[in-house]
Design a protein around this ligand. Structure first.
Ligand code: PEP
Ligand code: MG
Length: 586
């Protein structure tokens, strides 16, 4: 049994067979072969090995003739590895003695070699492990040939273990067969993590290097509540996991009943809780859980899950579905936030150049540069505005000029629609995300011009603390409880209050029950969270009074370390909602 720990990003516990995806998304379809097929399978392995050796020799000759013998020599090392009698014996033995498929055997043996090299702690040797992975890929490519299966062609339930999944790949996962996934990289608020929540698939990111130790087909438990992946669990662990699975389910069932209860504190203060969505289908989950509307609709996912740029009517249809399903409830449609880790396949070449995509041409910057695309989206939003309660929000606004320019383009679009006699809501509220420190510093100035603010803590944390939200190696710095973040939120709340403008927090911070007393104590009365989190948030709101929240917030804001803030808030949450903490693990 092997246990790996990472960052829990989407709750739930599942068990099933592992499907390991390498960088080329190889999948090993069969783990075992029948006894009478062993000779044929051994032969298949040798044919593949011969073909790989031939390819490597070809590479050696080509490189030697073009770059010189010293570069060609790189491939002699590869060839030696592929022809290593010990390696060949081990693969043969797995096939012959344990009835393993050649694909499984190759992967298992080569990965155990790579793992040994990686563990030696020597950089040179660790890099040689990459050569072994390369050999594994070459062999799998020959063995799987045309039968290499695509992720979208799954036919049975699996738990995906991958180095990384892009938001686009995650968006297209078939939730019927993908029970859960875990990746070696990724952080708390990477968009892959956010999508896992949207798809309601248990998920873990930032496991660190572990794929070398897993071949695929093993039995796996993925514990999305505590961030653990257990490979080949023993019977005792299985029993324990099943027991805790049943307990978590009981809590979820109880929380499921929260939908119809008002989101109101013990002293009668109403707190608005809306849902964050990426796909129109998620509105149903929001309504079922008693959301007060959609506080953040991440429209860029319309680009990420398709292979062509959406037309105005694609936009319009998606927005109408959301707006109509919400009736009178508000729907905050955020204009495209493309760039950084959210790069659609069809625009990949435009982004390849940026050395620092998080600081590059993304979000509103991209929309202001590509006004035709921006106008198509704005037209669709305005047209959908007559079907319900629509608000428009611009992402990643860093300067007043950007906000004014975006608003001017919106006015242009309004005039066009008027000329064409197309109906729309002229007084549609126009707001902005506050997710860049400059927007907080100038919050007073912005507050004079916007209709509402929505604080995007996911980006605000990354830009304030200078740490990439999707990089697990800086996850210890990336903390919602950092005193600098608390102070920035207070600054926005103060500026907004002075100008009578509403504020919501829509980053992942507001989906974390620990931060609810703090945020309410600071004066916030509106949250937008992942649909899955809504019942938990309601439970906290209903167990809390504003006086108590103010006391908690005052104390939290007097602490000077993120660690102490979060520890203190965890303690307060245990006191307020012991069930939530004990059983689901917050
Ligand atoms: C945020 O940055 O907090 C946010 C809500 O936007 P996104 O996660 O889509 O960047
Ligand atoms: Mg953001």
């Amino acid at each position: 049994m092997k246990v790996f720990s990472g960052i829990a990003v989407s709750p739930g516990m599942v068990s099933g067979p592992a499907l390991v995806l390498g960088s080329e998304n190889f999948r090993i379809p069969r783990k075992f072969v029948s006894k009478d097929a062993i000779d044929a399978e051994l032969q298949r392995f040798h044919v593949a090995l011969d073909l790989v050796c031939k390819d490597i020799k070809g590479n050696e000759q080509l490189v030697s003739s073009q770059l010189g013998a010293q570069y060609g020599a790189i491939f002699s090392a590869h060839l030696q590895m592929a022809q290593d009698p010990r390696l060949i014996r081990e693969v043969e033995s797995l096939i012959r003695d344990q009835c393993r498929s050649p694909e499984f055997a190759v992967s298992r043996v080569l990965r155990s070699y790579a793992e040994q090299l990686q563990k030696m702690g020597d950089r040179y040797l660790s890099e040689r492990a990459l050569d072994i992975f390369d050999l594994e890929k070459r062999l799998l490519r020959k063995l799987l040939g045309e039968s290499r299966e695509e992720l979208s062609n799954l036919t049975e339930p699996v738990i995906i273990l991958a180095h990384d999944l892009t938001p686009g790949e995650t968006a297209t996962l078939n939730t019927k067969y993908v029970l859960g996934f875990a990746t070696e990289v990724g952080g708390h608020t990477s968009h892959t993590a956010i999508l896992a929540g949207a798809l309601e698939i248990p998920a873990i990111v930032g496991l660190g290097r572990c794929l070398a130790e897993i071949s695929g087909g093993e039995s796996v438990i993925l514990d999305g509540d505590h961030g653990r992946v257990i490979i080949d669990p023993d019977d005792e662990t299985l029993a324990r996991v099943q027991h805790s699975q049943a307990r978590s389910q009981r809590v979820r069932d109880r929380l499921g009943e929260m939908g119809s209860l008002p989101s109101e504190t013990q002293d009668g203060q109403r707190v608005t809780i809306c849902g964050n969505i990426e796909f129109p289908e998620e509105v149903r989950q929001c309504i079922k859980r008693g959301a007060d509307g959609v506080g953040l609709y991440r429209t860029e996912f319309l680009f990420l899950s398709g292979n062509r740029e959406p037309s105005e009517s694609d936009h319009y249809e998606a927005y109408c579905r959301v707006v109509e399903a919400c009736g009178d409830l508000p729907v905050v449609i955020r204009t495209l936030d493309i760039g950084a880790d959210k790069v659609p396949q069809l625009m990949a070449d435009q982004f390849a150049e940026s050395a620092n995509p998080m600081l590059g041409l993304r979000s509103i910057r991209l929309s202001l540069r590509n006004t035709q695309m921006f106008k198509r989206q704005l037209r669709a939003i305005l047209r959908a505005s007559v079907h319900g309660n629509v608000r428009i929000m611009f992402p990643l606004v860093a300067t007043l000029l950007e906000f004014r320019q975006a608003k001017m383009i919106l006015m242009d679009v309004m005039e066009d629609l008027e000329d064409e006699g197309i109906p729309f809501q002229r007084n549609v509220p126009i707001g902005m995300m506050v997710e860049v420190p400059s927007a907080v510093i100038l919050a007073e100035e912005f507050a004079r011009e916007v209709d509402f603010f929505s604080i995007g803590t996911n980006d605000l944390i990354q830009y304030t603390l200078a740490c990439d939200r999707s990089d697990p190696t800086v996850a210890h710095l990336y903390r919602s409880g950092d005193p600098s973040i608390l102070r920035l939120i207070q600054m926005v709340l103060r500026a907004a209050e002075k100008h009578g403008k509403p504020v919501t927090v829509c980053g992942q911070m507001s989906s974390d029950p620990r931060f609810i007393p703090l945020l309410l104590g600071m004066g916030l009365r509106s949250l937008s969270a992942t649909p899955q989190a809504i019942p938990r948030l309601k439970e906290v709101v209903r167990n809390l009074s504003i006086t108590e929240a103010e006391r908690i917030s005052q104390h939290a804001c007097s602490l000077d370390l993120a660690r102490d803030v979060e520890h203190y808030l965890q303690g307060e949450l245990s006191r307020l909602c012991p069930d939530l903490v004990d059983e689901v693990g917050f």
